[in-house]
Design a protein around this ligand. Structure first.
Ligand code: ADP
Ligand code: MG
Length: 215
């Protein structure tokens, strides 16, 4: 697996690949949200990532931390609903963890992912099993920490995180939601995937792809 440097170019490419995959899945994400929410998750995320693309073109970030901060500010201002502030906080915490570093090593990457997840928890108070994006983020953070501790290269850490996030998103299918709009549905949420967990898995896979990881 390639050991692509996680520098500003990687971070910008991650955001561009995220925008592309969110656009491709805009309808699918809103359909998930239509089943257990208000049907706007794909539109919300697509609006936010389109605005990120405009900012990336206007002012290319010099460091990964600057790219994460650009994403955070844009998602907070452009994405309404629950997901905007949650993703915004995630990217803002990741920006703080990345600091001014020109590139992220595997350990800093794992720390930044954990900080992002902790930001979502600080804001939304969800724990694993409540059918939210945390069901994707927490296994991703755990897998990233394990991969980093075993000496994996940054691209492998990202690939491990993405694979765990995808499994985590699938794991929301049989759950009753305890947070967010879907929590009003009770047992009717069973059998539907959480849209925020699904978008989180797409975005983490985009991070791995930007680093040159397979799949
Ligand atoms: P809204 O629910 O306001 O319409 P979105 O549809 O954009 O916002 O996003 C819904 C997603 O937000 C859910 O699928 C879930 O993953 C996430 N979410 C909602 N509330 C919380 C929370 N308290 N903690 C973590 N994630 C949450
Ligand atoms: Mg919604």
């Amino acid at each position: 697996m390639p050991n692509t440097t996680l520098d500003a170019a990687w971070a910008a490419d991650w955001l561009r690949k995220s925008a592309a995959v969110v656009a491709e899945n805009r309808v699918a994400l809103s359909e998930l949200d239509r089943a257990i929410g208000d049907g706007d998750h794909g539109e919300n995320m697509d609006r936010g990532f389109n605005a990120i693309l405009e900012k990336l073109d206007a002012e290319p970030p010099a460091t990964p931390g600057a790219a994460f901060k650009l994403a955070a500010m844009t998602l907070m201002s452009k994405v309404g609903g629950a997901a905007g502030p949650l993703y915004g906080t995630a990217f803002l915490r990741a920006a703080t963890a990345a600091g001014d570093a020109a590139e992220l090593d595997a350990a800093t990457l794992a720390t930044a992912l954990a900080a992002a997840r902790d930001g979502v928890v600080a804001r939304g108070k969800a724990v694993v099993g409540e059918k939210t994006m945390i069901d994707a983020w927490t296994p991703a953070v755990d897998a990233a920490a394990a991969a980093s501790a075993s000496g994996a290269a940054p691209a492998e850490v990202l690939a491990a995180a993405a694979t765990a996030a995808e499994a985590g998103a699938v794991s929301t299918d049989p759950l009753i939601a305890r947070k967010g709009r879907a929590s009003y549905l009770g047992e009717r949420a069973i059998g539907h995937r959480d849209p925020g967990a699904a978008s989180s898995a797409l975005i983490l896979r985009a991070a791995a792809q930007a680093a040159g990881a397979d799949a």
